[in-house]
Every structure is written in C-alpha cells, then in structure tokens.
Ligand binder design. Structure first.
Ligand code: SRM
Ligand code: SF4
Length: 532
C-alpha cells in the first residue's frame, strides 16, 4: 500500500510486524485470545497489535490490561458512562479509570478473558475503542463547550464525529488507516480560546473568516478554518504546528483530513520511528510540496489561508457554573483531581447528569468533566450534591489547573511516579502560599510528554537524577508555555531537580514569577530559575 513501507528491505521491527499482519486483524481473534489467556498469546499480538482495538498490555501490571476508548469531541452519554463504570467495577480488578489529555478515558485492570463480554457491552451503548493506540489516529478533540457556548464560532461536534466515522468506519475499524507511519493527532477548535491546544496536533483546524472573492466579494466574510500541520511532542523533538497556508470551509474538513492522512500514510517516513511523525515529512519535502500533494489527493486546489484566525481569547478551563446559549440552562465544570475516577464516581457522575442535566457528560483536555444542560431551577440543588465536595467547582488555584500523565503506577516508560506526587505537592504548596491567579502545572513521567509540560506555566518532566551517589526520581522544569491566544511552547529552564527537593523550588518559582506570597515568610528558600 505505501511506497516506503512495502519496498524497503530494512524495515524496523514495527513496520515488519505491521507488514506481516495488520493490527486490526486481532479484532477477529478476541474470543481466541480470551480462551488462550494472556500468557500463552503471541507476544506481538499481545504487546502491540491489541492496541489496534484499544487494549494495552501493561508490563507494570502483567495480566491487567488498560483499555483506551474513543470519545469524539470528548462527549458521552450517562448510559455510556454507566457501561464504562460497569466494566471497571465488574472486570477491573483494582480497577479505575483516567480521563486523558485528549478528552478521552482509559479503563484499567482489564483481564483478557473478559474482552468478548466487554466489547459486547460497548457495542450495546455505541462505544468503541478501535484504532486508539499505536500507529493510528488518536481521539479527535473538539471544543468542550460546542453547542453550549453563546460565543462559539462553530459547533465542532458533528464534524469531529464525521471524521471519526470516516477514519474508523463508524467504529468498526477501517483498514485504510490502520498502517500509518506513526500516531496522528487531529483537533478542531470551534471557539475563540483554542480549548483543544490546536498547536500541538499533527493536523488542526482553527476558526478563521475569509473575505468573499469574485462574485462573493460583496458578501460578508465566510466562516471556515485555517489549517495547521505538523505539531507534535516526542522524546526526540517537540514542535508547534505550522500554517499550511490553507483555508477550508466546514464542509471540506473531512475531505482535507482524508487527503492529509493519505499523503502521510503513503509517503510518511518509516525507517526510523523517532523521525516518523508528520513534521518530519514536511521537513523532508518542504511545505509547498506537501501542500501540493494534499491538493492532489483532495482533487482540487486549497484556498490560501485567511490573513488571521479568530483565536483571540485567553484559554478557559470551564470549571465552575456557566450560562449556556440556551436560555435557562447551565453547564457546570467539575474538577477531577489528575483525572482519576473509580467505578462508584463514574456511576455517580452518570446519575447526576441524568437527574440534573440531559444525561450528557463531557471531558476536557485538562482531564476534567462538564455536565451540561442543567436548568436554572435545579442548579442550586445540584451544587449541594456530596460528589462536588471531591469534584469541586471551585478548587484551589493550583489544584484547578493541575494535569498529570499516568506515570509509573501503570506506564512502563515512566521515569517517575506522577499523579499521587503531583497531588501531594500541590496540596503542600497551597498550604504554604497565598495565590492570586491560577497557575497551570503539568506533570509528565518521561520525555514522551503525554502530560504536555510544554504547554504549561510550569511543566515538570520526569527524569532520573543522581543525589548522594544514588539515582533518584527527579524532574526537568519547563516554563513559558502559553495556551489560547498566541499559544506557544515553553522551554526547559531548570534540569535535574530531585523530586524530594522539588517543593521549595516550585514555591520559589511561584513567588518569583506568579505573584504568590508565602503564608510564612521564613519558609521561602533561595532557589531561583538560574539554579541548576
Ligand atoms: Fe501518550 C505513549 C498515555 C496523550 C505522546 N502514551 C503513551 C503510552 C501508550 C505508552 C505506553 O504504552 O505505556 C501511555 C499509556 C500509559 C497508560 O497506561 O496510561 C500514554 N498519552 C497517554 C495519556 C493517557 C496521558 C494522560 O494521562 O492523559 C494520553 C492519552 C490520550 C488519548 O486519549 O489518546 C496521552 N501522548 C499524549 C500526548 C498529548 C496530546 O495528544 O495532546 C502526547 C504528546 C503529543 C503528541 O503525541 O504529539 C503523547 N505518548 C506520546 C508518545 C510520544 C510520541 C512520539 O511521537 O514519539 C508516546 C510514545 C510512542 O508513541 O512511542 C506515548
Ligand atoms: Fe507514560 Fe511517559 Fe506518557 Fe507519562 S509521558 S504516560 S510516563 S509515556
């Protein structure tokens, strides 16, 4: 199918196993695997190909798998949430779930023998986990308040669903897109605040108005999207997406996604997995040739980009109570500490969404939830629900913006433990400091950057550090990430702080750069940004 993948003799191990048997083929073998058990399975099927159906072998917890769903635009129904809760409760041995940095959810503790029943349960409520890992397109993110926000420019829900349906054959799996050179991220922004981090996706669409041309020139500006390409993070390299110099109308978004993906699938670099993301192809070809190839696949010329996009707001976090564009209705954003949920929480969230709202639940890329469509008349009672004591609408100013990747509890790439440590340090900092504004602190357990430290005010990336002659868990500190309007990536400013020494370092950064005041002056130490 691809020129590079099939003709090279020195294929890397991943290209080899994909050429031998398509990842999606495991879909038809789930019953067999369930009967065999994980220990007897072929290792490549178990460790890699199962990811094509969203099932991840966890070397940290052998025999207890993780399942990564697909939730287009981060939206699910209460019945779907209940189905997920049921899986975590019934099948998840020590099970829990994590809301992810792509508006998505992962379930843990899954046993291979339960997969046939779990897939039946998903099917019954219209959920899919297909093509959510390995060399596939990840969950497609859209505006978390699409269709609710009076100021939105475009309701992203339908187009995000259409893209997912095209790429996954409505959740059944689509072999056309199961052998990409590497993972691929797509985001569609519909509001003015870039709630999806468009700039860190391989392909992103940001709202932009185009002046009418020719016969249309007398008309008012036309709504569409400027296209960004090539954004990605990896251990080797991190890049913000660059403009493709293309403007597309909403009706063309799905076709443009297809065209870009076909070009990437058929020409993306496959020799070295550290150099396979879309930006490496753009580097090799130059943007003009890449754009030309996309046009060829699209079968028509792309229009040049609109001179400016409409991202002109600071990014919102959606935590708290907000009026919807529908009179008398509200959406409420609940803070979920580091995105971690247990079965009973999930059942309770489903109940609250049904009793107070319309049954709909949404996730944000900050690993939080939104319950929309709560009428004014029920809002006060909703706000007295006990769950809101843990999942607050008004958390502390550091807690509020805390994001963390999985870390060593479940991820074998991790160099450090993240989620629990992140919560512990934030609690201690909030106890020591008086803050005047929220500060976005992102933790990520290794340079793969799943926790997006480069978009944070303060990003913490796990590393190993030597202290007193011993290797201990530590972090490199990133600063300067800007989201929303004029988004740009932060950079590493301090390297190699042992985690056990981190709290005073963060305390000082918060005082020096974010206006925090110590509750007790004596506790301030003298670390500074120049310290190494
Ligand atoms: Fe990630 C691999 C977790 C978002 C960059 N990521 C992994 C694996 C699958 C590694 C593994 O097999 O253990 C992690 C699973 C751990 C686990 O058990 O949970 C993992 N990534 C996550 C999640 C769950 C982090 C979170 O706590 O939210 C996010 C799942 C999103 C989803 O729903 O699909 C997640 N990963 C990201 C992001 C952020 C984003 O998409 O905005 C990035 C950086 C952006 C990007 O991809 O350009 C990211 N993950 C990576 C990479 C580096 C990719 C590269 O090109 O080198 C890897 C490693 C790889 O693919 O080889 C990776
Ligand atoms: Fe695992 Fe590293 Fe991703 Fe964290 S950043 S989830 S430790 S791969």
């Amino acid at each position: 199918m691809t020129d590079t993948a099939t003709t090279t003799t020195s294929l890397n191990k991943f290209e080899k196993f994909k050429a031998e048997k398509d990842g999606l083929a495991v879909k038809g073998e789930i019953e067999k695997f369930a009967a065999l058990g994980w220990e007897a399975m072929d290792e490549t099927d178990r460790d890699h190909r199962l990811k094509w159906v969203g099932v991840f072998f966890r070397p940290v917890t052998p025999g207890k798998f993780m399942m990564r769903m697909r939730l287009p635009n981060g939206i699910l129904t209460s019945s779907q949430m209940r189905a997920l809760a049921g899986v975590v409760q019934r099948y998840g041995d020590d099970g829990n779930a994590d809301i992810t940095t792509r508006q998505n959810i992962q379930l843990r503790g899954i046993r291979i023998e339960d997969l046939p029943d779990i897939f039946n349960r998903f099917h019954a409520v219209g959920l899919t986990s297909v093509q959510s890992g390995m060399d596939n397109i990840r969950n497609i993110t859209g505006d978390p308040v699409a269709g609710l926000d009076a100021d939105e420019l475009y309701d992203t829900r339908e187009v995000v669903q259409q893209i997912q349906d095209m790429l996954t054959n409505k959740g059944e799996g689509n072999p056309e897109f199961t052998n990409l050179p590497r993972k691929f991220n797509i985001a569609i922004a519909g509001g003015r605040d870039n709630s999806v981090h468009a700039e860190i996706n391989d392909l992103a669409f940001v709202p932009a108005f185009k002046e009418g041309t020719g016969e249309e020139s007398s008309q008012s500006p036309i709504f569409g999207f400027n296209v960004l390409v090539g954004g990605f993070f990896s251990a080797k390299r991190c890049e913000a997406a660059i403009p493709l110099n293309a403007w597309v109308s909403p009706e063309d978004v799905v076709a443009v996604c297809r065209a870009v993906l076909e070009v990437y699938r058929d020409h993306g670099l496959r020799a070295n997995r550290q150099k396979s993301r879309l930006m490496w192809l753009i580097d090799e070809w130059g943007l003009e040739k890449f754009r030309q190839e996309v046009e060829n696949r699209l079968g028509k010329p792309l229009l040049p980009a609109a001179p400016k996009d409409e991202i002109d707001w600071e990014k919102r976090d959606h935590i708290g109570v907000y009026k919807q564009k529908q009179p008398g209705l509200n959406y409420v954003g609940l803070h979920i500490p580091v995105g971690r949920l247990y079965a009973e929480d999930m059942f309770e969230i489903a109940r609250l969404a049904e009793v107070y709202g319309s049954g709909e639940i949404r996730f944000t890329v900050e690993q939080n939830i939104i319950i929309p469509n709560i009428p004014d008349s029920r809002l006060a009672t909703f706000l007295t629900e006990p769950l809101l004591e843990r999942f607050s609408i008004d958390p502390g100013l550091l807690t509020r913006s805390l994001v963390s990747c999985t870390g060593s509890q479940f991820c074998n790439f991790a160099l450090i433990e993240t989620k629990n440590r992140a919560l512990g340090i934030i609690k201690a900092l909030e106890a020591e400091l008086i803050l005047t504004a929220n500060v976005r602190i992102h933790w990520t357990g290794c340079p793969n950057s799943c926790g997006q430290p480069q978009v944070a005010d303060i990003g913490l990336m796990g590393t190993k550090v030597r202290k007193n002659g011993k290797a201990v868990e530590g972090v490199d500190i990133y600063m300067g990430g800007k989201v929303g309007k004029d988004a740009h990536l932060g950079a590493c400013v301090i390297k190699g702080i042992p985690c056990e020494d981190l709290q005073p370092v963060l305390q000082n950064l918060l005082i020096e750069h974010f206006g925090a005041k110590p509750k007790q002056e004596a506790l301030v130490t003298h670390w500074s940004i120049d310290h190494n």
